[in-house]
Design a protein around this ligand. Sequence first.
Ligand SMILES: *Cc1c(COP(=O)(O)O)cnc(C)c1O
Length: 430
Amino acid sequence: MKINRKLGFETKMVHAGHTPDSQTGSRAVPIYQTTSYVFNDADHAARLFELNQDGHIYTRISNPTTAVFEERIAALEGAVGAVAVSSGMAAQMAVFMTLLQPGDQIVASSHLYGGSVVQLSHLLKKMNISVRFVDPSSLENWEAAITPQTKALYGETIGNPSGSILDIENVSALGKRKGIPLIVDNTFATPFLCRPFEFGASLVVSSATKFLGGHGNSIGGVVLDSGKFDFSGFPAVADASPAFHDLKFLEKFGKLGFLAKLRSEMVRDVGFCISPVNSFLLIQGLETLSLRMERHVQNAKKVASFLENHKKVAYVNYAGLKSSPYHDLCRKYLPLGPGAIFSFGLKSSNGKDVRDMGKTLISRLKIFSHLANVGDVHSLIIHPASTTHQQLSDQELRDAGIGPEVIRLSIGLETIDDLLWDLEQALEAA
Ligand SMILES: *Cc1c(COP(=O)(O)O)cnc(C)c1O
């Protein structure tokens, strides 16, 4: 859309990356369910393969529906570009494998998605890439963990289960002083609530599976580049690519060099591609992102206050509450509210075991779904101690920051009074 005006977030949500084509006039973004694309002639084909012309060759590399999704999320995050991939995990992996080489080190917040902890500490180790986890709440911890091998800083806008808020501006400034990019997982916030690039982050990754799609029906992920970090000191990115007759991606593609390299190595060569149907469904999600996030936050704030005042609740880790140690950071980075995913702790009453209370609470809920996902229109709940972490002892759970009393919620879009009623009756039984 060529309009000489700075467009608002909601307009970009609905329009960025797509204008109806002149042949069909289709207002909705079409699903290009095709594996491959006919070349105009032999020269055209050669230019596409040499990366001397934009265009589609094969859907493992790029696809017109996915391209709209990429352009739209890039517009919303304020990125120079985006690459969509098959999942949030693939997005992170694609970034690490494009940026790093054996011997490099990542300094990461310890308040991460469980799958990310496993990926960082076990899978990357196989490639001789190490990780140091730090409590993200103090800048000194980040600084103390950095060594000459450190090539990436990594954290989540909103961490779990602590509900911590990453001090993006100060951590990215520290990175800049040391020549290290800050990569932010913005899954829990979405660009509607926080745009990490505005605070100096260099790269953003997101699981589109969660609020971006919003309806719990499609797995997907995105990698976004601010276009502001100079990757020329990173051999993995800057060196000539033998796979492309020694092409130097940064020289040829400038600000889009990192993403071009990621697309050719991770999407083309590894096959981290997303299906066009998933891209279509994720575009549908983006078109209502602001409306959903407003209501998610409004409902979450009410549930958090309700729980904070409940006699069977020991604490609530929601940065939107005044009692949260992250309340000030939340007001700076997430003025519209810290999303709708948070944890709370059950308080033992009459000598009851909090693990058993957690199980009863979950079994009595009628509206909340008990499952392993977040960021859905449906309200979700999980009790880590009796599910994902059930093999751990109480002590091991505490070391992981997940006591037996912890319950995680993802607040959906149901009528707020129904959600409060459901929690009240189930807490009563617990
Ligand atoms: C779900 C999630 C991921 C992984 O995304 P998938 O799409 O499930 O692969 C990464 N980070 C966070 C914060 C998540 O919630």
